[in-house]
Design a protein around this ligand. Structure first.
Ligand code: SAM
Length: 449
């Protein structure tokens, strides 16, 4: 029995059938079922590859399977997806090995008839690959792009409306790139030069980020749990564009700051560092188990000024009326600006789910507005590129809150200032994760209504 493919199929089953996150399921199985280093790498490649190619693999599979995929038992479906992935996307595995191992594996999970079916599907795919040629030409461009770039068709159509075809092509290509690991120097313990030196001495290939004074891009590194400076609290894993948010908030030592949607604490711990760990940061989130992650991060980084609390951000204004110097709303969002970092995310999102988000975002922002002191600052950020969750939410907020003015967020960017009042970073234009940041100031005289 091929242990690597068996493990990969079971992980895929957790992700596709039980909604598990790919990285979490992968880590769990690799811990539970020890494999050789070579097999671990193969399983990782199979799982991430097949998860990212999700809908495209199913489209290919439908060209060869004579029954609806829903009618195929779940484990057999995963085995077929893995088989198709290896045949169409991995050159180095011989086709006969792909078919034989898939058939053997099917016998473990199903009966001989199903094994025959799997054999027929995969061998036909080997003999007639042209059946799976993606549609192209007039009227098929969007579908062809969706299939070849491994993105859902609805999303590609939506982006083509927003950006045009060529920019959508570049955006999808960006999502498929290998993301660079970026870390933020913990300035409470060290400085960027010293950290860069430590990282390089440890064998990493790293360079300073051009977006923030604390950011570092790491191109080559071993396992994260063996990256000593990270374990010792000299840095925090955080995306470069996400590091801009705390700079736009611009917190000062001694202040009371509320971070409403704060887990796992990337921005909260950055805020604490900018405040030199002096003052009080209330880090709220609706999920208890996520608050634990903030406490772990704060302890590792040596931060004292953060208090975590389970709070629905829609209640924050009522609980802390006009009390905070600054409030950050890093809102729950569709995350469409960070798809390259989450191979499973693109297939889990739906247009309906996204349509429901602006209401929640507006409610949170409305409530947060009441928690800001007169003269204080409110920042709204998301990691998406959808105008409905970004500019529209900010504009509605301004219409309903005449006690707030919009400030020029672009002027608070630490390294590359912009004239934009609301900052929107696009992967295909800026080469970073997609991020949105707006900054509002409450007038000194008015009370929020
Ligand atoms: C974009 S993430 C925050 C990331 C975090 N700020 C960071 O930098 O590490 C959004 C967070 O909002 C939380 N959330 C969702 N709905 C919420 C609500 N109604 N009130 C408070 N937090 C909420 C989610 O649990 C999630 O942790």
């Amino acid at each position: 029995m091929d242990k690597a493919r068996d493990t990969a199929a079971r992980i895929l089953n957790e992700v596709n059938e039980n909604g598990a996150y790919a990285n979490v399921a992968l880590a769990k199985y690799l811990r539970r079922f020890p494999l050789s280093d070579q097999d671990r790498r193969f399983v990782t490649e199979l799982v991430y590859g097949a998860v990212k190619a999700g809908g495209t693999l199913d489209w290919i599979l439908r060209r060869y399977a004579n029954r609806p995929l829903k009618k195929i038992p779940p484990m057999v479906r995963q085995i077929l997806r893995l088989g198709i992935y290896q045949l169409f996307y991995l050159d180095r595995v011989p086709a006969s090995a792909v078919c034989n191992t898939a058939v053997d594996l099917t016998k473990k999970y199903s009966h001989a008839g199903t094994a025959k079916f799997v054999n027929a599907v995969l061998r036909t795919a080997v003999r007639e690959p042209e059946r799976a040629a993606f549609p192209q030409g007039k009227g098929h461009a969007a579908e062809g792009l969706a299939l070849s770039s491994q993105h859902p068709y609805w999303l590609v159509k939506r982006w083509i409306k927003q950006f045009g075809f060529e920019e959508t092509q570049r955006l999808c290509a960006f999502d498929n790139e290998q993301p660079v690991l970026s870390v933020r120097t913990n300035t409470l313990k060290t400085n960027r030069e010293a950290l860069l030196q430590k990282l390089c001495e440890g064998g990493a290939l790293a360079e300073p980020s051009c977006w923030t004074p604390e950011g570092i891009r790491i191109y080559a590194h071993g396992a994260l749990d063996e990256l000593a400076p990270l374990q010792q609290g000299f840095c925090q894993v955080q995306d470069e564009s996400s590091m801009l948010v705390a700079h736009v908030l611009d917190p000062q030592p001694g202040e009371f700051v509320i971070d409403c949607c704060s887990a796992p604490g990337g921005k909260t711990t950055h805020i604490a560092a900018l405040m030199q760990d002096r003052g009080h940061i209330l880090a709220g989130d609706v999920f208890d188990h996520k608050l634990e992650r903030i406490r772990e991060n704060a302890a590792r980084l040596g931060i004292q000024s953060i208090e975590t609390k389970r709070i629905d951000a829609r209640e924050i204004g009522r609980m802390y009326p006009a009390q905070a110097d600054r409030v950050l709303v890093d809102a729950p969002c569709s995350g469409l600006g960070v798809l390259r970092r989450k191979p499973d995310a693109r297939w889990k999102k739906t247009a309906e789910e996204i349509a429901g988000l602006p209401n929640l975002q507006k409610e949170i922002l409305n409530s947060a507005a009441h928690a800001v002191k007169p003269g204080g600052v409110l920042v709204y950020s998301t990691c998406t590129i959808e105008p409905e969750e970004n500019q529209s939410v900010a504009e509605t907020f301004l219409r309903n809150h005449s006690e707030y003015v919009l400030e020029t967020a672009g002027q608070f960017l630490p390294c590359q200032k912009r004239d934009e009042a609301m900052v929107q970073l696009f992967p295909q234009r800026d080469g970073t994760d997609g991020f949105f940041i707006a900054r509002f100031r409450r007038s000194l005289s008015d009370a929020a209504r």
